[in-house]
Design a protein around this ligand. Structure first.
Ligand SMILES: CC(C)(COP(=O)(O)OP(=O)(O)OC[C@H]1O[C@@H](n2cnc3c(N)ncnc32)[C@H](O)[C@@H]1OP(=O)(O)O)[C@@H](O)C(=O)NCCC(=O)NCCS
Length: 173
């Protein structure tokens, strides 16, 4: 399938699946600046079935947005609350700081969600950073349970959505 194209202040972006290794620099820079790439590891992108999506600058090949999804059971409390399966987990959502707020994250998340749906996944969940909660809510996710503190990173909360959900107007969210 042809990659989705997105205009950005840095140039034309292709939103498409990428190799996990291609997104490590961005992940380290945006999500784990207190670690080296080696310490950070693959953050679950080596799990069976994992798919990594990227927003890639067409001119340079630089990855400026990313998300990773892989089959993974949700925490037990969420598992008891939502029956839909198979479950997939979303990780490593990151947009380069200079491009945040310009639609890159939503385009990357939309393709990741499409990939989960195409693979038969019914539930998508994540451990969301609290400051990103509004971003996920706009993408149709709901928070579940109470927030907790992740050392050196900050407060998190579980968020989830069904892959089949539509808005009241019948459009995919
Ligand atoms: C969270 C993140 C991935 C969002 O990517 P982005 O490219 O900035 O997102 P978009 O520009 O596509 O934003 C989509 C919508 O969400 C909103 N939004 C973005 N970040 C938000 C936030 N932190 N809180 C509330 N709303 C937010 C945008 O205003 C936009 O709204 P609109 O559709 O009305 O215009 C990005 O800001 C980021 O990398 N943050 C730092 C790392 C991080 O926290 N990652 C999440 C880990 S769980």
């Amino acid at each position: 399938m042809a990659p989705m194209l997105l205009d950005s202040p840095a140039g034309l972006l292709e939103v498409r699946p990428i190799e996990p290794s291609a997104s490590l620099r961005l992940r380290q820079r945006v999500l784990r600046p207190h670690q080296s790439i080696e310490e950070m590891g693959l953050m679950g992108s080596d799990r069976p079935g994992a798919i990594v999506v990227g927003a890639v600058l067409r001119a340079s090949g630089e990855v400026v947005g990313t998300a990773a999804v892989a089959p993974e059971e949700p925490p037990p409390e969420l598992a008891a609350h939502v029956a839909a399966r198979p479950a997939w987990r979303l990780r490593s959502m990151a947009t380069a700081p200079e491009l945040q707020g310009g639609g890159v994250g939503s385009a990357v998340l939309r393709l990741a969600l499409d990939k989960v749906r195409q693979a038969g996944g019914a539930l998508l969940w994540c451990n969301a950073r609290l400051p990103a909660r509004g971003f996920y809510e706009r993408a149709g996710f709901s928070a579940f349970g109470s927030a907790w503190e992740e050392e050196a990173i900050g407060p998190h909360i579980v968020m989830w959505r069904l892959t089949s959900e539509t808005r009241g107007d019948g459009h995919e969210r």
